[in-house]
Each structure stands twice: as structure tokens, then as C-alpha cells.
Ligand binder design. Structure first.
Ligand code: COA
Length: 269
């Protein structure tokens, strides 16, 4: 049975089922805008999910009650409107710390973009390891139209995902793009009809959650940490992790299960 954090008023809901934690941004009346409270709660929840041995993959989505459908319509403009430079700097640090925890999570994180992913919403999606979007979802970095700039990592992650020229075009115009165009740019892995998004993403998450946990963690580490290294150092990291995975019980179990034509029973060590 899925478990839920107590209280529907929580800005972030968590349910866990078959090794997958579903994290739902829960501010539908504000199109799931990312207030400081949402960011702080997300950060705390990710620390908990990292330690939770029942969780092997994480999905983030926006409350389906938001009308129009929204993953997250940005950082909270109402909150930011009251902030001076010092507070905005602190807000940026909070967002960056939270999204760094997501990007650096040892468990794969999938964004299920079920509607608007604007500003901080797109920055959150870009901090995830895999992105699936509902057809009809809109994405963009409209900060420049508000007189600000992205502060939760958007200038860097968008550039690394779609290239400098395309990133600058989106950042400097503030225009939103369709899920289909985002797919063509490589900003999302796939687009799915709106009603099928959660089914498709949960099936993907459960498939990942069913694989050897240490191997999954090491693949994330090799790809994510490796992308910040020189090619030679990254290959060296891959070799080290390849050797390290070899001392786990699961490597014997995985190969034995293949030879015995049965499903592997992973221990996660
Ligand atoms: N921060 C705070 N509140 C937000 C928000 C945000 N980023 N985005 C939407 N909301 C709130 C609206 O203020 C409104 O609240 P209200 O009912 O109390 O007035 C509610 O969510 C619904 O939004 P609304 O603008 O009425 O919906 P819409 O269907 O007309 O437009 C959007 C939808 C997404 C196009 C529009 O809300 C929008 O442009 N949002 C801001 C996007 C943005 O600039 N994000 C980057 C922030 S850095």
C-alpha cells in the first residue's frame, strides 16, 4: 500500500510503492509554484529518500489538481516580489542547494512534466536525471520578462542540455516552447499523451527500481560525476566503479540468475 506523509496541506507529498517514491509538488492553487517552503521541504524529503532502503527510484510531478495542468509554474513570484538583493541571493542558494541534492541523488530521479514547467519549474526538471513530458506541456525560462535571471541553475543546465545558442535564445526571449519542440531539442527524453504520462513514467521507474541497486547507483555516478571530469579521469572513474561493483554480492547473483534462467534477487550490496 502507498504510504503518504501526514496532512494534505503539506506542500510536498510522498508516496512509496514497489521501490518507487512519487514526490508530488502540492500547491495546485498557485500552479505548484516553488516557494521557499516547497524548496526546504523538497530538500528534507530528498535526504530522507536517500536513506530509505525501500526506495530505488524517484519520480517528481506536479499536483494533478492544478488548473491549468502544471508541473511547476516557476519560483514563487509573490514571494520574490517582496525580496531585496540579499534575500534573492539566499533564495537562489536555497534553490541551487535543493536541486544539487536532486541531481546528486544516488537514486535515479525522473521528472514527469505534466503541464507548465516554467522558470524554477523547468530548472527543477533539468536537475532530474530523466525527463518525460505530457503532450501539451509548455516549458521555458521567462525570468527575463520579469526583470530577473534564472537563479536555480537554469543558465548552466539548459546550456549543457541543449547547447549554448539554443539556451541563449530561450533565456533571452523568455519564450515558452512545446513539449514536442523540447523533445526535438533533447530537453525531454520523450513526450506522452497527457492521460498516459504517469502510467508510462511509473512503469519506467519500476523497471529501473527492479535493477541491481549498486549498479544503478554507480551508473549514475559514472555519468553525472564523470561529466564534470576530463575524459581520461572519467574513464578512470568508470574502471574504478567497474571493479568496485565486482565485489558486491549482487554481481554474483545477477550472473548466476542469468545462467539459471531465473530473475535475480538483489540484496543491494
Ligand atoms: N508564482 C506565484 N504564483 C503563481 C506563479 C508563480 N510562478 N504562477 C502562477 N501563479 C499563481 C497566479 O498568481 C494565480 O494565483 P491567484 O489565483 O491567487 O491569482 C494562480 O497561480 C493561477 O495562475 P494564473 O496566472 O491565473 O493562470 P493562467 O492560466 O492565466 O496562466 C501561466 C498560467 C502559467 C501562463 C501563468 O500563471 C504564468 O505566467 N505564471 C508565471 C510563470 C513565470 O513567469 N514563471 C517564472 C517565475 S521566475
Amino acid at each position: 500500500m502507498p504510504e503518504e506523509t501526514p496532512g494534505d496541506a503539506s506542500p510536498v507529498l510522498i508516496s512509496i510503492d514497489e521501490g518507487v517514491a512519487l514526490v508530488t509538488l502540492n500547491r495546485p492553487s498557485k500552479l505548484n509554484a516553488l516557494s521557499a517552503e516547497v524548496l526546504e521541504t523538497l530538500f528534507a524529503e530528498f535526504v530522507g529518500l536517500e536513506e530509505n532502503e525501500d526506495v530505488h527510484c524517484i519520480v517528481i510531478t506536479g499536483s494533478p489538481s492544478a488548473k491549468p495542468p502544471s508541473f511547476a509554474a516557476g519560483a514563487d513570484i509573490e514571494e520574490m516580489a517582496e525580496m531585496g538583493g540579499f534575500d534573492l541571493r539566499h533564495y537562489s542558494e536555497l534553490g541551487q542547494q535543493t536541486f544539487a541534492a536532486i541531481e546528486g541523488s544516488p537514486k535515479p530521479v525522473i521528472a514527469a512534466i505534466n503541464g507548465f514547467a516554467l522558470g524554477g519549474g523547468l530548472e527543477l526538471a533539468m536537475a532530474c536525471h530523466i525527463r518525460y513530458a505530457a503532450e501539451g506541456a509548455k516549458m521555458g525560462q521567462p525570468e527575463v520578462t520579469l526583470g530577473i535571471i534564472p537563479g536555480f541553475g537554469g543558465t548552466q543546465r539548459l546550456r549543457s542540455l541543449v547547447g549554448r545558442g539554443r539556451a541563449l535564445e530561450l533565456l533571452l526571449t523568455g519564450e515558452s516552447i512545446s513539449a514536442e519542440y523540447a523533445h526535438r531539442l533533447g530537453l525531454v527524453n520523450s513526450t506522452v499523451p497527457h492521460g498516459e504520462l504517469m502510467g508510462v513514467v511509473m512503469a519506467l521507474a519500476k523497471k529501473i527500481a527492479g535493477n541491481a541497486p549498486v549498479a544503478v547507483q554507480f551508473i549514475l555516478d559514472a555519468v553525472c560525476r564523470g561529466s564534470e571530469m576530463s575524459p581520461q579521469s572519467a574513464l578512470s572513474l568508470e574502471t574504478d566503479l567497474f571493479g568496485l561493483v565486482g565485489v558486491t554480492d549482487d554481481v554474483r547473483e545477477g550472473m548466476q540468475a542469468f545462467l539459471e534462467k531465473r530473475r535475480a534477487a538483489w540484496k543491494g550490496r
